[in-house]
Design a protein around this ligand. Structure first.
Ligand code: SF4
Length: 347
């Protein structure tokens, strides 16, 4: 049951006699608990709304286009309270926020509706099987999941929640039901990196193509772990995973050590490339600046085109370098799982 806080004048609901402060019980016989129920069951050409007004309970029938809005307003966009998390993660970003920020920033949300509507990541720990069934029935997709690790015991330890391990099975259920998934791993040095990260990536790879991508976010600190930025060591599992699957890296490797050295030297090559390109671009700009002054009355258009052309080549080459290493969004060899090394807030 949801309280109606407004009715748009002239809307279907207004013309059907629905009023502010009425309560919406159901649509076409299906109980309405939140915005997902409401939007899902409203997508019909004929809807029967059960309305509660004071002591009265009555039905209102509205005929409309399949996706037409009927003009009801509710107290919150979710038509319900936001679900908060039930975890105490060792790396919690919210706990690490400085004091004095606006109150809403300290709210620890973990809400599958916000995952669908706004792209928030959820940990699955506060979902019950009936919530999972509803997501599958409504085919709510994509679902963004904070995985962190596929090792059940380790996940329980990292999230300080005894359900954290068992709910990993929801990922399988979603994938098998054809729900698109995006994963996130907050990487804590010495906890879920190295071999654990490799295991996690291998486990997740089996859910491709339902699992579309995995973002790895190095944590700056975690409870009980020294404060320091993630280092190359903490990305060991990641680089092993990537180099095992990318021919461009694997061709140069035989052992994990060699692969890490290759990764380091690739980074160096990229830096040198960027440095040289910047230098060339700078010289080219200077040259054209001079040329521009010299030829400004004769050939302005040519000068302009030429500089833009140089700029374009610079960006293209950078893109190719990054793609060849397999960390670009469209890296051709990421067949098992798309891998993003992006930062991001969330659980
Ligand atoms: S990181 Fe997210 S899920 Fe974990 S305790 Fe903090 S708010 Fe909750």
């Amino acid at each position: 049951m949801v309280t109606i806080t407004g009715v748009l004048p002239g809307s279907f609901a207004d013309r059907a006699g629905i009023k502010t402060d009425d309560c919406l019980i159901s649509v076409n016989g299906r109980e309405i608990r939140d915005v997902l129920d409401y939007r899902f069951f409203l997508a019909e050409t004929t809807v029967v709304l059960q309305i509660h007004r004071g002591p009265e309970l009555f039905d209102v029938t509205i005929r409309k286009g399949m996706y037409d809005d009927i003009g009801l307003e509710f107290e919150t966009p979710l038509m319900d309270k936001k679900h908060s998390c039930e975890n105490k993660c060792i790396f919690c970003f919210i706990d690490q926020l400085p004091k004095g920020l606006r109150k809403s920033l300290y709210f620890k949300d973990d809400d599958s509706r916000l995952s669908f509507l706004h792209g928030n990541y959820i940990t699955l720990t506060n979902l019950k099987q009936r919530d999972v069934d509803r997501i599958i029935e409504m085919h709510i997709s994509p679902v963004n999941v904070s995985v962190h690790t596929t090792n059940p015991e380790l996940r329980v330890m990292m999230m300080k929640n005894k359900r954290a391990g068992e709910v990993l099975d929801y990922i399988r259920q979603f994938a098998e039901a054809g729900i698109k998934l995006r994963g996130q791993i907050v990487l804590c040095r010495g906890v879920n990196d190295g071999a654990e990260l490799d295991r996690t990536m291998r486990d997740l790879a089996q859910y491709y193509p339902a699992l579309e991508s995995v973002s790895i976010v190095p944590a700056k600190s975690a409870v009980g772990i020294p404060w320091e930025s993630a280092t190359e060591n903490s990305m060991t599992g990641f680089s092993t995973f990537v180099s095992n699957r990318l021919p461009c890296c694997a061709a140069n490797t035989g052992t994990a050590n060699k692969r890490h050295k290759a990764a380091a030297s690739s980074k160096l090559r990229i830096c040198l490339f960027i440095l040289l390109s910047s230098l060339l671009l700078f010289v080219a700009c200077k040259y054209h600046q001079k040329g521009y002054h010299r030829n400004s009355n004769q050939n302005n258009r040519h000068q302009h085109h030429h500089i833009n052309g140089g700029d374009l080549i610079f960006h293209l080459d950078i893109h190719r370098q990054v793609t060849a290493l397999g960390v670009g969004a469209d890296a051709p060899n990421q067949q098992a799982v798309g891998v993003d090394t992006v930062g991001g807030a969330g659980n």
